[in-house]
Design a protein around this ligand. Structure first.
Ligand SMILES: *Cc1c(COP(=O)(O)O)cnc(C)c1O
Length: 400
């Protein structure tokens, strides 16, 4: 029996760090100014905004004016994709976009949306480990390619892409390169110079900051049309009164995340390895989805043959264990994950997968607890699965 919640869904969101809340609080009540106002409270808010921008710029290796605050990761991705594509089209540069099959829907659906404005897209496949091949990008680039978008680390399987190499190829061809780095912040080094990127998305709630606030890095000189029109905020690239408490929280969370990055990566990797080894050793008919080595420190995505991941999530939840299936955004639908099918998993295999993502407060004992409970759950689900009856012989170890 568990007597507390074991939260293993950090890829979906993380809990606000109390120190971040502390930093945000004054900007709700004591310092309510609008950064665009000329008076003293306005100037105080503007100062907070400038300070936050400096923290983000410093962390990314960017200039202050290259950082645009947004309402989260989805908005940053939409601004990057639509903003660059439409600006490039306006300049007569072409209508062709390249992205990958395993992107977050905030990228894939933004690219699909652009079809009605005459854009076409090449969707790069991934190999069985989940990697985009640089040679495929090279082959897909055309004279009319206006933007390439490939994520840094995947939210479902945690696989880390060769972003610096992909970025170098884009630069050779003079094509702007965007990366969705939402899952990477706090776990991996994220320097826009080292990564050869022109645009990069991040969101605070994936690194113990508040929800609904993010940022887009845009390299100086990259064409970008604003996607929100109104006031002149964010150097006319994103209208609307800035979310000052949220932005202060984003910066505070980012500072902490950068400070703790080595510790965090080591802590999470140890828990992840314990979990992966434990499950693969204890339960026949299980496999890790995505490359074992080049993956986020906190991600263990596992396929359990002949069961439905969603049913497993419910059994886990009854024991106070929170995990995820494909992605938080599509749970509730029984469509197999587009990421797992892109890896070459069959729809049945994709549906049988569960994503565990560890974090700051997770302990070795928590993982022990999970390892104690999961084999029984898998046995229960397989006992009622018609598919597993047919394959009973290979699973006999579990049924006893
Ligand atoms: C969570 C996530 C997003 C969306 O960010 P929101 O702030 O929730 O809009 C985008 N991309 C990836 C890879 C994510 O994990």
């Amino acid at each position: 029996m568990t007597n507390r919640t074991i939260y293993l869904d950090h890829a979906a969101t993380t809990a606000l760090d109390p120190r971040v809340l502390e930093a945000m609080l004054p900007y709700f009540t004591q310092q309510p100014g609008n950064p665009s106002s000329i008076h003293h409270p306005g100037r105080t808010a503007l100062q907070a905004l400038d300070d936050a921008r400096e923290v983000v710029a410093l962390a990314l290796g960017a200039k202050l004016r290259e950082v645009i605050f947004t309402g989260g990761g989805s908005e940053a991705n939409n601004l990057a994709i639509k903003g660059v594509a439409l600006a490039q089209q306006q300049r007569g540069r072409g209508n062709h976009i390249i992205t990958s099959a395993i992107e977050h829907h905030a990228v894939l659906h933004a690219v699909e949306y652009l079809a009605q404005f005459g854009f076409t897209a090449t969707i790069l496949p991934v190999d069985a480990h989940g990697f985009v091949r640089p040679a495929d990008l090279r082959a897909a680039l055309r004279a009319d390619t206006v933007l390439v978008s490939v994520m840094y680390a995947n939210n479902e399987i945690g696989v880390i892409q060769p972003v610096a190499e992909l970025g170098a190829i884009c630069r050779e061809h003079g094509v702007p390169f965007h990366t969705d780095a939402v899952q990477a912040l706090g776990s991996l080094p994220v320097n826009v110079q080292d990564l050869n990127v022109d645009l990069l998305s991040l969101t605070a709630h994936k690194f113990y900051g508040p929800k609904g606030v993010g940022a887009l890095y845009v390299r100086r000189g990259t064409p970008l049309l604003p996607q929100l029109n109104g006031g002149g905020q964010e150097r006319r690239r994103r209208a609307g009164t800035e979310n000052v408490p949220g932005i202060v929280g984003l910066a505070a969370a980012l500072s902490l995340a950068e400070e703790q990055r080595d510790w965090y990566a080591t802590h999470c990797t140890a828990l992840r390895e314990h979990l992966i080894d434990g499950i693969l050793e204890r339960i026949p008919g299980t496999r890790l989805n995505g490359d074992r080595a080049q993956r986020l420190p906190n991600n263990a995505n596992l396929a359990f043959d002949y069961i439905e991941g969603e049913s497993m999530l419910l059994l886990l939840d009854q024991q106070g264990i929170c995990a995820g299936s494909g992605s938080a955004c599509t749970s509730g639908s029984l469509d197999p994950s587009h990421v797992l099918t892109a890896l070459g998993r069959t729809p049945e295999e994709a549906i049988s997968s569960v994503r565990f993502t560890v974090g700051k407060a997770v302990t070795h004992a928590d993982i022990d607890q999970v390892l104690e409970l999961v084999p029984g759950m898998v046995a229960r689900l397989r006992a009622v699965s018609p598919l597993s009856q047919e394959h009973a012989a290979t699973l006999s170890a579990v049924e006893t």
